[in-house]
Every structure is written in C-alpha cells, then in structure tokens.
Design a protein around this ligand. Structure first.
Ligand code: COA
Length: 297
C-alpha cells in the first residue's frame, strides 16, 4: 500500500532498529528507508540480518545489519557505536526486539519470566541508555538541529489482563513506564521525544503465529470493532508519524494501533433487543417506581 506521507520526511536521518530484520521491525525499516532515512538493523541472527539488508538495499535504501543481543550491554554499546561510525550520526532509535511465548503462569519458571523482562524491558532501557549521547541535542551525533526520537514497540496486553502472557504483560507495562519517564526527563533536558506504539494482532508476524493460532483468530473475529487484522504497514505508518515532524508535539504517549480491539467486550444483548427492552423497562418504572420514594432517600 502506498504511503500517505511525503517521501522525504525522514531525509538525512539515521535510524537504528532492534528487531529490525523481521516482522514489524523490518516493515518499519523499509518505510523509514523509503522516506529518506538510512537504517541500521540489529538482531541476533546473521542470516536474518543479511537477507533483510539485501532486501533494503534492493529498494535503494542505505542499510547495514549489526549482530547483537539487547540483553548484553556491550552489544548495545557496540551496535550504537558501529551505527554512528558507519552513518555519522543517530537520530532515531526503535526498540522492537521482543521475546514471547504462550505459557500459563503456573508453568512459567522465574527464569522464563526474567528472560522476557530482560529482552523487552531491560533491553529497551539499555539501548536507550547507550544511544543517549548521540540522540542528545548538540551531542556527539552532531548535526541534529533538535534532539532525537525514541520509539518503543509495546502491546495492549497489560491494559487489562491477558491469558498466558504474565511475563509479556509485565514486560510491556515496564516498557510503557520507561517511555513516560524518559519522555519527561530526556524531553525536558535534551529535547528527545520518546513514544511507544502498541500494535494489535498483525498478520504475517511471529507474534501472530506464536500467540494466536488460526482457530483463536477466527473465534475472536466477531468481537473485533474494525473486523479485521492489522498489517505491518499500519504500524510502520504510526512509526513514521511519531518519528517525523508530524509528531513534533507528541511525547510520552503510546499510540494504540489495533482497530480498537483492546476495548472489545462480548455484546451481551442484540441491538434490536436493547431498543425494545429499554423503552419497556422505562415505562414500567415510571408506572410503578421501584424501591423507596425519593423523599425517603
Ligand atoms: N514455555 C515455558 N517456558 C519457556 C518457553 C515456553 N514456550 N520458552 C522458553 N521458556 C523458558 C525456558 O524454559 C527458560 O527457563 P528455565 O531456565 O527456567 O527453563 C527461559 O524461558 C529462557 O529460555 P531460553 O530458551 O534459554 O531463552 P532464549 O534466550 O534462547 O530465548 C525466548 C528467548 C524464550 C524469549 C525465545 O522465545 C526468543 O528468542 N524469542 C525471540 C523472538 C520472539 O519471541 N518474538 C516474538 C515477537 S511477539
């Protein structure tokens, strides 16, 4: 699908994306590149990085792939340095690396819980920490007229509660909290905008195949307000909005891109029944008010 944004909205910017070699992260890399940015993608698997980089280059996008695990501070530091060494600066950091699997709380070991928090929450903070000096206004990244941008990919799981996702819910709650704290501190001190995106179920992603096998998707269909799954493109467009000047006054928020799914509840009465029923109930209560007279209340 064609982008509604002008092709130069990220012209001259350099973006580093963790988890940028596949899924939603890759689509954000493509769209950032198509809108003028040079992109560095970080991931654990060399082969995934290599094929992502050649796909990006075939689109005319300046791209490099850097191997590393966000759980290791030395990897985070090395990848940030390599990005700046290669492209000369760093303007946008996207924290997309995440770990996930379905498991009931009673079957999840504390180490399994910790592993996902290490990747999603600590990993996000570590990358932000290592990138700060380059994202700062007038910092060693030089040339940035304003501070940089951080985008944290989150989820909606923790807004209520989600079955078999205690670890990811806790991890993403921490990510949203990190987004707000850094938006406050680094927005004030360095003019860095920090925002998040909470995607709903997105077709053709590892998240969907791991967390929502086919039959679950079909069952939840009638509860979904926009009645369809999202596309990676939807998330990339939100990322473009937040990373470009279109979002210049947006700081510390997490944009939900899920078609309203997180608001879904089963419809307990058909609409026609409500129309009929509510009039009848009102008439009945006017004719014979239930309970105490108002003067006694
Ligand atoms: N159910 C229950 N526990 C699980 C599990 C599962 N499906 N998968 C892993 N764990 C537990 C392990 O048993 C281990 O705990 P233990 O030492 O107490 O046994 C702990 O989690 C770490 O597992 P390990 O396989 O050593 O971690 P890893 O670093 O190799 O992999 C994961 C990290 C588990 C998050 C892996 O799924 C991953 O790398 N995911 C990245 C990609 C991804 O999930 N993307 C999703 C996007 S939504």
């Amino acid at each position: 699908m064609e982008s509604p944004f002008k092709p130069d909205i990220l012209k001259g910017k350099v973006a580093l994306l963790t988890g940028g070699g596949s899924g939603i992260g890759f689509e954000i890399s493509v769209q950032f590149g198509k809108h003028g940015a040079a992109v560095a993608i970080m991931g654990r698997r060399r082969n995934v990085l290599d094929s992502a980089v050649s796909a990006l280059r075939s689109l005319g996008i300046q791209a490099i792939g850097l191997e590393g695990d966000v759980r290791k501070q030395e990897d985070a530091a090395r990848v940030v340095e390599a990005t700046v060494k290669h492209f000369g600066r760093l303007d946008i950091l996207v924290n997309g690396a995440a770990g996930n699997f379905l498991v009931s709380s009673e079957d999840l070991s504390p180490n399994g819980f910790r592993t996902v928090l290490d990747i999603d929450s600590v990993g996000t903070f570590t990358m932000c920490h290592e990138a700060l000096k380059y994202l700062k206004k007038g910092g060693p990244g030089k040339g940035t007229s304003s501070g940089g941008i951080i985008l944290n990919i989150s989820a909606t799981l923790h807004y209520t509660a989600s079955w078999y996702q205690i670890h990811v819910s806790a991890a993403k709650a921490a990510v949203d909290s990190i987004t707000r704290s850094l938006a406050l501190e680094w927005g004030t001190d360095y003019d860095i905008r920090v925002n998040g995106i909470a995607p709903g179920p997105i077709v053709d992603t590892a998240g969907m195949s791991k967390l929502a096998p086919g039959e679950v998707v079909n069952k939840s269909r009638e509860m979904r307000p926009l009645f369809k799954l999202g596309e990676k493109w939807d998330i990339a467009m939100a990322a473009l909005y937040l990373a470009s000047d279109a979002g210049k006054y947006v700081n510390g928020t997490t944009v939900i891109v899920d078609g309203g799914l997180w608001l879904s509840q089963p419809r307990h009465l058909p609409k026609e029944e409500v129309k009929a029923l509510s009039r009848v109930v009102e008439k009945r209560s006017r004719a014979a008010p239930a309970g105490l007279p108002t003067s006694k209340l």
